[in-house]
Design a binder for this molecule. Sequence first.
Ligand SMILES: C[S@@+](CC[C@H](N)C(=O)[O-])C[C@H]1O[C@@H](n2cnc3c(N)ncnc32)[C@H](O)[C@@H]1O
Length: 357
Amino acid sequence: MAADENRMPDPSPRPGRRPRYRGTHPRRFHERYKELDPARYPQEQAHVREQGRTPAGTHVPILVPEILAALAPAAGEIVVDCTLGYGGHARALAERIGSAGRLIGLDIDGVEMARTRDRLADAGIAIEVARSNFAGLVKVLSGLGLAACDVIFADLGVSSMQLDDPARGFSYKHDGPLDMRMDDRIRRTAADWLNSAAENELAAAFAELADEPLAGPIAADLAKHRRRRPFSRTIELADVVREAVTRVDRSADANRAVVRVFQSLRMLVNDELSALSHLLRVAPNVLRPGGRIGSLCFHSGEDRLVKKAFRTGVEAGIYESASDEPITPSPEERRSNPRSTAAKFRWARRAEMATAG
Ligand SMILES: C[S@@+](CC[C@H](N)C(=O)[O-])C[C@H]1O[C@@H](n2cnc3c(N)ncnc32)[C@H](O)[C@@H]1O
């Protein structure tokens, strides 16, 4: 399939024009013209959600009531949503702080951030957006004339919009360019990594970032494949990983291995663990006394970083309290939104003392 076929459709197609697709129902992302145009087809999104699916081009926010209860955003407060995405959590936070509050939304994805800013503005929600890595939180706040805020929230990883759009290269189900950059200013794509990293570097990434048990044999097969032909497409990578797993261990779940390889490449390309470490380090400096921080993780390595930062913060007296156990989605939420299944939310509360910043 040519990369062009995966492009997002024109957001305002002429009435009566719809993409051609095979069969009776659109299957591919760009064919789902009704889901991608909720203004024109308002029933479609509700219908898709009732089936436990995420409508194309949207993202269903996870654990919203639990996050609001833990972070307790109050009228007039300054809240930073470090990962704006589709703006689901931002909307809920905005309702709590009201017009006297300030909601600041960060995202590294310029395309989706602009869409979300416009969508929130159309809904009458005031938000100040900044295209920034959340590792640059201190700089963003000082650029807005702020030394501190009351709430910091981060919902880590990729949004459904990014995941589902094959043109972004995160999908192992639909073919697309092997890109995986959340921020298109990042220099190296997933293909660049895969085609240039040493075989042992790849094996280490699969093992360390995704606990892949067959990391070595998979990396060896990828290295062999790229000598014949450099990787450029997502399905090509998924196929080679499946073949490598099946060759070594017929009983292993080859599809799970594909998920793990894609996840580790994504984390490498976007340098996700170091951005999170940085955020966790600087957050106490910009949280007001009594301020709250919360993080929604989908990856055990990220969750370990958050847990450790909050625990050591409590021990050091930086945080007054923190969640003992992660908050996870109820069975109902998992059923209605299967993408919530791996989510773990943790929070901490800044001690009532002067901030360092
Ligand atoms: C899971 S989505 C957030 C969804 C959002 N909470 C909602 O309700 O729609 C994660 C978002 O964070 C962004 N992101 C990931 N890493 C980031 C980083 N280091 N700095 C800023 N944004 C980041 C991604 O581009 C994506 O839009």
